[in-house]
Design a binder for this molecule. Sequence first.
Ligand code: CA
Ligand code: CA
Ligand code: CA
Length: 438
Amino acid sequence: MRAGIAALLGAVMALTVTPLSAVAQDEEPEQEIIVKFREGASRGDALEKSRTRAVADSSDGAEVLASRDAAESIRVLLARGDVEYAEPNIVLQATAVPNDPLWPQQWHYWEAVGGIGLSPAWDQGPSGLGQRVAVIDTGRTAHPDMNANYVGGYDFISNAATARDGNGRDANPMDQGDWTTGTCGPARPSSWHGLHVAGTVAALRNNATGGTGVAPSAKVVPVRVLGMCGGTIADIAAAIVWAAGGAVPGVPANAFPARTLNLSLGGPSASCPVTLQNAINTARNVHGATVVVAAGNDAVNASGATPANCAGVITTGATDRQANRASYSNFGASVEICAPGGETSPVVANGVLSTMNAGATVPAGSIYKHYQGTSMATPHVAGVVALMQHARVQHAKPLLTPAQVLLHLKAKALPPAAQCGKGLLDARASVAAAIAAP
Ligand SMILES: [Ca+2]
Ligand SMILES: [Ca+2]
Ligand SMILES: [Ca+2]
């Protein structure tokens, strides 16, 4: 980890039912009833006595009737001997449960205790459409559940050796793999960390493939800063400025500036490096970008980790499946909020499930994998920020400033001892607050 200060933080790294009203007035609009007659029933008589009219066939030999007093019609029908059943044809509201087959394993999105309440956030309208989230990480890796949501990007790694692409900064942000054979810390396979993080932000939803991201219509701008052994403050700072739309000497202007930046990275530092703080200030104050960063995975006070200890960022700690602060998560006063980072030990399924590559060194097949870490928590927050901003657009309101984003990010309170900031991210309440704000 000496080569660069920043290391990966991924460890291994209502159904709402609207009952029909039962007001008996002829002026009332018609309500529907589902009725099933027994064989040989006097159907015409039943319709006349119950003051109903036929509308359509239902399933299972039943049919749909209309009535101006459904409750009374049902009472009349049920009193007959030739009716098997009669019930209101109630209207169910959409609850956004996607068809992605891994959704049931993505407990971090929906589980009552440890999840973020994602479906009821989606139910309010937003999907992240039109929003861009820069994932400042290991770069872009192809994946069928992610490819359509990548846009633009750049490679800010100055060191050709750690970049593994034969040159310094360049326009191709492809992740070349960050495996090491022991040059910096223990030997380990490639993490494809940026792919996992990107999938949590914006993996495709309702494509009957894999899982989904938090903001599945948002675009991810892959900005590469982490290579073998991590990345430098200079490269990360340049990436922050560029991702938000600022100018970086020697680098073409960013055609896809992002209003939300995700930095699932960090390293020990007693204070926020000036270079890093200046970059964050530019992104935030000049370009209006919300900067979401990981708290770090060393189970220490986040004031000793950077960029967690920088000003003007949303520092994100991690919770486990039981909504406790995760065992590895940093904590303390510099943590603004926590989100699911999971714990893969002892139960792998209690990690965060997202897009992954199977390659131990260079890319191979596309898979899905559970990771744990504040790296995994951070994109839950970034994705919710994209939902909040999309909701603002949907309601013809101006985008939220970074300060407003933090104000309106909502969380389920955790015990003060968790030192988890506002608590566990609540996507539903955050979107509602974004919509309600002036
Ligand atoms: Ca390069
Ligand atoms: Ca490159
Ligand atoms: Ca999917």
